[in-house]
Design a protein around this ligand. Structure first.
Ligand SMILES: [Zn+2]
Length: 345
């Protein structure tokens, strides 16, 4: 039996992305077959399309990291899941055997396989994955909103709360608001009561972020970000910088931190080799924290919190699976505010 999917047949532009029939995945015991109804796009989808260098994978491969849908098949004795249940996916499949998996930090697994990167992903009618990666969906969300939680909000959750240990009385500076993970950071940080300063080069995105509750907005193109941060913090600086822009903002990010402040990063879209400014780091005792994705327990906590607070991820636009090329173009344009979603019928 076959299913519809969007998959890469090579590496290059949109012409290597096909929408067509792929074999239905097998469901081994202990796995769940999920009928997907929505997925959202992440920058790594563009990376897999364009090169995929350094990521072990086989062509053709179905794109897509996150997703939400309903359980199509599951072991009869599964303690949590039943056929027809609405579920959301955690995209990281650890080996369960390495030292990091053994100590409960599967997110550090040395053999981690991610949907849409190392194996077939979520831009498909069906996906089969270990039951531990399939979570009941919070009430009140659309499938697209739920799908967005699996990468962006999980990543932002770990960055803010586990790595940077953000407190409700602190101030966090979020660079590049408008992207999915930065908007997730704005939502989660505001949800704790923290003060949030956002930056963007686009005034329309800043206005939307202010409407969502951001306390201050700085245009990174027309203003000196570090100076503006000092102005709104009384010359003190922020406790936490949340950053995935990289080289273009690194210097401003370090200069915006209070003494002993924490910078947490999960990306480097403008370059990954900025000057380190080591003297500033050791004299001011700054902490530089790396982060990527999040663990199962963090995802469970996030989903519970979303269910109680009614948080809804921001969806920029939704395309049918057959128009995946237009969706990829929308993401690549950088014009989006929130997630670009695929509806899978
Ligand atoms: Zn492992």
């Amino acid at each position: 039996m076959d299913m519809w999917a969007a998959f890469i047949e090579g590496h290059g532009g949109n012409e290597v992305v096909a929408v067509g029939q792929r074999p239905m995945p097998e469901r081994p015991a202990g796995h769940v077959l999920v009928r997907l109804h929505a997925a959202t796009l992440n920058r790594v989808d563009l990376y897999m399309r364009n090169s995929g260098a350094g990521i072990t994978h086989q062509l053709p491969q179905i794109l897509g990291l996150d997703g939400a849908g309903t359980v199509a098949a599951v072991d009869a004795d599964d303690p949590l899941l039943r056929p027809g249940q609405r579920v959301v996916l955690h995209p990281g499949i650890g080996c369960g055997r390495c030292e990091f998996c053994q100590r409960g930090e599967g997110v550090l697994c040395v053999r981690m396989r991610l949907l849409g990167e190392h194996r077939d992903g979520s831009f498909a009618q069906y996906v089969s994955l270990p039951a531990s990666n399939v979570f009941p969906m919070p009430e009140g969300l659309s499938f697209a909103e739920a799908a967005a939680l699996g990468v962006n909000h999980l990543t932002a959750w770990r960055m803010l709360f586990t790595q940077a240990r953000l407190k409700p009385w602190e101030t966090v500076l979020v660079f590049g608001v408008g992207g999915g993970v930065s908007l997730a950071a704005l939502q989660l940080a505001k949800g704790t009561g923290a003060r949030v300063i956002v930056t963007s080069r686009d005034n329309r995105k800043l206005e939307r972020a202010l409407a969502m509750g951001a306390d201050h907005a700085i245009n990174g193109q027309t203003e000196d970000v570090a100076q503006a941060v000092m102005a709104v913090t009384g010359g003190r600086g922020v406790d936490v910088v949340f950053e995935n822009v990289g080289a273009a903002v690194w210097s401003a990010a370090l200069k915006s931190l209070v003494r002993g402040g924490r910078l947490v990063t999960c990306g480097a879209t403008t370059g990954d080799q900025p000057p380190a400014d080591l003297r500033r780091i050791f004299i001011r005792q700054l902490q530089i924290l790396g982060s990527t994705l999040g663990d199962f327990d963090e995802f469970r906590d996030l989903l519970g919190w979303v269910g109680r607070t009614g948080l809804k991820p921001v969806i920029d636009s939704t395309y049918p699976l057959a128009q995946v090329h237009a969706a990829l173009d929308r993401l690549e344009s950088g014009e989006q505010f929130g997630k670009v979603a695929l509806q899978i019928d």
